[in-house]
Design a protein around this ligand. Structure first.
Ligand code: RIB
Ligand code: CA
Length: 323
């Protein structure tokens, strides 16, 4: 695919992953999609992913199954948010498209060891990525960049402190965040700026093609659920599809709490250098001063501001491309 960014996507296909996949399968050169246990169990996340490739008319894109559970702890899923099957009240028939036999981790290792110009996008818990780094440590020098939906500079959703993707597997997330691979992080502080509205659902539905009809049903699962009315994963992939959708970002040190009694899974973002000198705003979105004592070396570029109308425009334009 001429001039489209080559990516591998790792996801735990639930409602917002599905919306993100519709965007990526049309706008990016998706070499493969790896799946992980997260929103729901792996059997459902891999099946949902195969189903979405059929809806998108992209059954040429291989789908792989990875790890069903986190590195050290049992899986705590989000079926209370995404429904038992993972796609809300959308009943998903068994897809015709087969699952690849190769393990997701081996596909990730093979792809990034063999190719230099592929980006990694993660939309679920980071278990597969951590397992790949453990199995092939040279990956840390081979993966050029990771775009991840996860974490937050300001509070969680799975707990008061932790965002779901990080909360499910904090050990995996800490390993990835401290790997040295350049990371762009789209956290809840950003995704909360995007709201799925009934008006947008109606505009999506009016497009009329099968992908848009499916997307309209995904809206149905989000509406009227304050705090759950964002397509978090779609916000993340927008940063690669149309970078102008993210209007402000900042580099800072981020690591993951793995032992806190109340904060396990929190992304500890060092925002001290961004303390605003314009009360009452909390943090400025420009670097202000060196915190004392000096914080850790900035290792993550954190998305801070979203152009929500532009998000809606790119979503509509992409779904129209399926006609
Ligand atoms: O916290 C939101 C994230 O957790 C999204 O990726 C959603 O799909 C769930 O995996
Ligand atoms: Ca997800």
């Amino acid at each position: 695919m001429a001039d489209k960014r080559k990516v591998v996507i790792d996801c735990d296909t639930g409602v917002d992953d599905a919306m993100a996949l519709l965007l990526c399968l049309k706008r990016l050169d998706v070499l493969g999609i790896t799946t992980v246990g997260g929103n729901v169990g792996l059997q459902n996340t891999q099946r949902n992913t195969r189903y979405v490739t059929e809806i998108a008319g992209r059954t040429d894109v291989p789908v792989f199954a990875g790890y069903a559970k986190p590195l050290l702890v049992p899986l705590q899923d989000a079926s209370y948010v995404h429904g038992a099957g993972g796609l809300g009240n959308i009943q998903v028939p068994e897809p015709q498209k087969p699952l690849e036999k190769q393990h997701a981790v081996d596909f990730i290792i093979e792809t990034f060891m063999d190719q230099n110009d592929v980006s990694l996008i993660t939309l679920g818990p980071l278990t597969n990525i951590a397992q790949a780094l453990l199995k092939e440590p040279r990956l840390a020098q081979r993966i050029p960049d990771i775009l991840t939906m996860g974490g937050s500079t300001a509070g969680g959703n799975a707990t008061a402190a932790a965002e779901f993707n990080i909360f499910v597997d904090p050990e995996a997330a800490k390993l990835v965040f401290e790997s040295g691979i350049p990371i762009r992080m789209v956290g809840l502080n950003l995704t909360r700026q995007q709201v799925a509205t009934p008006e947008m659902r109606d505009r999506v539905k009016a497009i009329g093609n099968p992908a848009a009809q499916f997307a309209a049903r995904l809206f149905g699962d989000r509406e009227g659920k304050p705090g759950r009315d964002s397509f978090c994963d779609a916000c993340a992939v927008m940063w690669m599809i149309d970078p102008t959708v993210i209007t402000k970002s900042a580099k800072m040190h981020v690591t993951v709490e793995t032992r806190g009694e109340f904060t396990r899974g929190m992304t500890v973002c060092d925002i001290r250098g961004f303390r605003s000198d314009v009360p009452p705003s909390d943090i400025a979105h420009e670097y202000h001063f060196d915190p004392l004592p000096a914080g850790g070396t900035p290792n993550v570029e954190v998305a801070l501001e979203l152009d929500a109308p532009r998000f809606d425009r790119v979503l509509l334009e992409t779904l129209e491309m399926y006609s």
